[in-house]
Design a protein around this ligand. Sequence first.
Ligand code: ADP
Ligand code: MG
Length: 479
Amino acid sequence: MKKYVPTIGLEIHAELKTRTKMFCDSKNDPDEERPNVNICPICMGHPGTLPVINKQAVKHVIKMGQAVGGTIANFTEFDRKNYFYPDIPKGYQISQYKYPLVSGGSLHGVQLTRIHLEEDTARSTHDTGTESLVDFNRAGLPLMELVTEPVIHSAEEASAFARELQLLLQYLGAGDANMEKGEMRVEANISIAPEGSKTFGTKVEVKNINSFKAVEKAIAYEIERHTAMLEAGEKIIQETRGWDETKEETFSQRVKEDSHDYRYFPEPDLPKIYVSEIPEFAPEKIKAELGELPWERRERLTKELGLRSEDAEVYVRNKEWGDYFEAVVEKLKKEGDEKKLVATLSNYINSDLASLVKNNPKRWADAKIDADSFAELISMTAANKVSSRGAKEILKVMFEKGGSPEKISSELGLAQQSGEETLMPIVKKVIENNPTVVADFKSGKAASLQYLLGQAMKESRGSGNPEVLKKLLTEVLSK
Ligand code: ADP
Ligand code: MG
């Protein structure tokens, strides 16, 4: 069997977060469940109405462009893309054709072709019996389209790219980009060619992909299908395919004859935009508003705070969680050995706290443990004032009821005992109660010490300092 190289290019649409729609003052509310309430004569395409450009939407795309190192157009305009469909009330979509707002740039190692701005279509439902329904709340929402060059070579790379794009949109406050809600929609163009080939194979385009997992599965499915076809001597036809989520396979939707003739022409109802002449779009101004970008945070968390990359990724992907973690880090900075404290903290947050939150997300949403108290708990463990078992107990109480870790520790009798006078009786008792294990140890079975230590910890109800207990055990046993 020949070896084939897959090539993938993505076209991704994302709804932008703005107060109003792209060209009118109807509300942009993706959570509105009542159909056809956020509409007006403009987004319903009534004759005689005039659109007005939403500045916030333009700014979001300029910020995106700057974040990915693309070229922001000095001059840009909107175009009419003419076609008829019930979800497009005007009979055309206002989009950008010749002069996209952003050209070039790269994200997650993938070169971008362009990013432009357009308006979303209405949402149609065809499965309610004999009629089709159309909800125009979505018609005219600001929609960003990003197109990549055909430079991606695996399904995993494609979904990783889409994830990074989602993060970037969220970090910039440009969109929530929730794929399940259709706020971000991925179309994947896929072709394969024999290894060493100088040209691309025929591509197909897969639509209706509504999760990152589906991005991967749909692309992998197509690569396999193309490979089998070429192996069987068949020809791949250029077409648009849909992704069937239940069957986990793609199906043919329409065969692309010639490229559509949309009769694009510059939108006469809107002014041209001379971006470089608009003071608030000045590059320095935009740059100052970008804030920290996902890859910058990733770098800072691993390099400066010394986190393992898996841990850093949790904070990068869940911005709020990361912000909480960093708020506690700030409090710990005054203490000594920062990296060690931070590592301990990250452990408590990503394992113990994470499982508490998972079991009771409402409690966490209502009352987060305050950063000062969390930092105090970590300092207590570092100073051996409480064992790690004790700290977990305290954390649980802090999560459920709040309160200061010192106070909880003394209430529960969890303060770590390091005094030899206090611990010696425990050690003696354990040795007395376990004669066989002691005999094993004396005859050379080193592992028995670990067992005795465990018994001593238990006897101290978790409050004994394991270091001190071990030292005392060794002392007594060697007598
Ligand atoms: P079309 O005119 O069919 O829309 P474009 O040239 O506009 O095609 O490209 C659309 C998307 O398809 C882009 O993301 C591009 O990177 C990707 N693409 C183009 N050719 C190929 C190919 N042979 N294999 C995979 N992807 C491709
Ligand atoms: Mg295209």
